[in-house]
Design a protein around this ligand. Structure first.
Ligand code: DGL
Length: 268
């Protein structure tokens, strides 16, 4: 069991920002990544559809005998995590709780911004988790749906990215935030532009980093750490367009993507 892989899924390439952190913090773990590239974006879909898709992604990974599942998608974590935890008999963790916890400890003035997809922000998941950890926090959620397309075009350092960030994020200044949660798996790629817009005094929280930390803790507690120190195996699956995934994903992961296959998901 201990050398069984960890399963990680997202609606597409974005979850690779989480996988990158897991590779760094858990360098001996075997990993299987699934990106539901045929059905991205999840962020503009209904709750019912997001739950169905998340269930199918988790089933696909479970069928590959993973020992634990990381929901490396903020949208799926916001909407479907509870269902997945109820329906699967292995540990399932998402990105919201680690990100919210970190934000609540990082903030000094209690004014916290959260940016994410429309579904993530509308679900209120980050807002209520942060309030659980810090009752007197003021949390301002702003959906930034265009960021995903800008990043997938590779325009993260462009004027387009900066203007879009200004348009979305100016409202945050009125609330005097000192902490901003990057509540979408793609956004860490855009962090330099976001930082330029929000300024040096706003701290950015990357839930991907925090999630990998929590995952490590979970594996230790459940006695699931891989104790073999062999080179780990990484496998990737997508539901569509593997070549696009390889190209964009390589940029997210900062390494070449091998062992990549296309796999059908709709009938799971
Ligand atoms: N991976 C999604 C998230 O973190 C963003 C892309 C999508 O909308 O599916 O919310």
């Amino acid at each position: 069991m201990n050398n069984s892989p960890i399963g990680i899924f997202d609606s597409g390439v974005g979850g690779l920002t989480v996988m990158r952190e897991v590779m760094e913090q858990l360098p001996y773990e075997n990993l299987i990544y699934f990106g539901d590239t045929a059905r991205i974006p999840y962020g503009s879909r209904s709750e019912q559809t997001i739950k169905k898709y998340a269930h199918q992604c988790a089933t696909l990974l479970k069928n590959k005998d993973v020992k634990t599942i990381v929901v490396a998608c903020n949208t799926a974590s916001s909407i479907a995590l509870d269902d997945l935890q109820k329906n699967f008999d292995i540990p399932v963790i998402g990105v919201i709780d680690p990100g919210a916890r970190s934000a609540s400890t990082v903030t000094k003035n209690g004014h916290i911004g959260v940016i994410g997809t429309t579904a993530t922000i509308n679900s209120g998941a980050y807002q209520s988790k942060i309030m659980d950890y810090k009752h007197d926090a003021e949390v301002i959620g702003i959906p930034c749906p265009l960021f995903v397309s800008i990043i997938e075009e590779g325009w993260e350092y462009s004027n387009v990215a900066e203007l879009t960030a200004e348009k979305y994020l100016t409202e945050l200044f009125e609330h005097d935030i000192d902490t901003l949660v990057l509540g979408c798996t793609h956004y860490p790629i855009l962090r330099y532009t976001i930082k330029k817009v929000v300024g040096p005094y706003v701290k950015l929280v990357n839930p991907a980093f925090e999630t990998a930390k929590d995952l490590k803790q979970l594996l230790i507690e459940k006695n699931l750490l891989n104790e073999s120190y062999e080179l780990p195996k990484y496998e990737y699956y997508v539901s569509d367009a593997p070549e696009r995934f390889r190209r964009i994903g390589g940029n997210f992961l900062k390494k070449e993507i091998n062992n990549l296959s296309e796999i059908a998901i709709d009938n799971l």
